[in-house]
Design a protein around this ligand. Structure first.
Ligand code: IDP
Ligand code: MG
Length: 179
């Protein structure tokens, strides 16, 4: 009360968080990003809230999210490295069979850590406590995708999101997550 507000305060959306802004960060350290997708079986089996909750509670930051039905063309590009595998055709059909939740999550070592949170490709090899270890049975219905390296994450994020869909925002819990 009585203190003089700055122009930014007067015109900002609220006084407590900075307005989300779009910015090209170096994607390293706490700004590392990964692409995560809840597959059609994960959506059908009502695992969306559970999976997002795990990433939130871990301490990672949501940077982008959309609910969409992917085209076969986009999925063929996404899985281009697997094009010679016998299961490629079935994989594209499965992934385009219903809506998916595409997301970008950010944080220190998020690519490696997210893969650990997912578990192994085959749910039978995945430890209890991992997403695939807890929620699925067969490799061809393994509920979630996560980038396998920083380079793939960059490629996949560019394939699924436009630059303006990636939001930089001030996370007020950051100082309790990073020293
Ligand atoms: P990842 O999802 O753990 O990175 P990748 O080897 O990149 O595993 O395979 C991509 C996806 O292809 C898997 O998540 C799974 O849905 C599917 N897939 C992998 N191996 C098989 C298989 O042997 N049979 C059927 N589908 C498979
Ligand atoms: Mg992979």
């Amino acid at each position: 009360m009585g203190s003089k507000r700055t122009g930014a305060d007067q015109h900002g959306p609220n006084l407590w968080t900075k307005q989300a802004r779009i910015e090209e960060d170096g994607w390293t350290g706490p700004n590392e990003r990964t692409f995560i997708a809840i597959k059609p079986d994960g959506v059908q089996r009502k695992l969306v809230g559970e999976i997002i909750g795990r990433f939130e509670r871990k301490g990672f930051r949501l940077v982008a999210l959309k609910f969409l039905q992917a085209s076969e063309e986009q999925l063929m590009e996404h899985y281009i490295d697997l094009r010679n595998k016998p299961f490629y055709g079935g994989l594209i059909k499965y992934m385009s069979s219903g809506p998916i939740v595409a997301m970008v999550w950010q944080g220190l070592d998020v690519v490696k850590t997210a893969r650990k949170m997912l578990g192994e490709t085959n749910p039978a090899d995945s430890m209890p406590g991992t997403i695939r270890g807890d929620y699925c049975v067969e490799v061809s219905r393994n509920v979630i995708h996560g980038s396998d390296s920083v380079e793939s994450a960059q490629k996949e994020i560019a394939l699924w999101f436009r630059q303006h869909e990636l939001l930089c925002w001030e996370d007020n819990s950051d100082r309790w997550i990073y020293e």
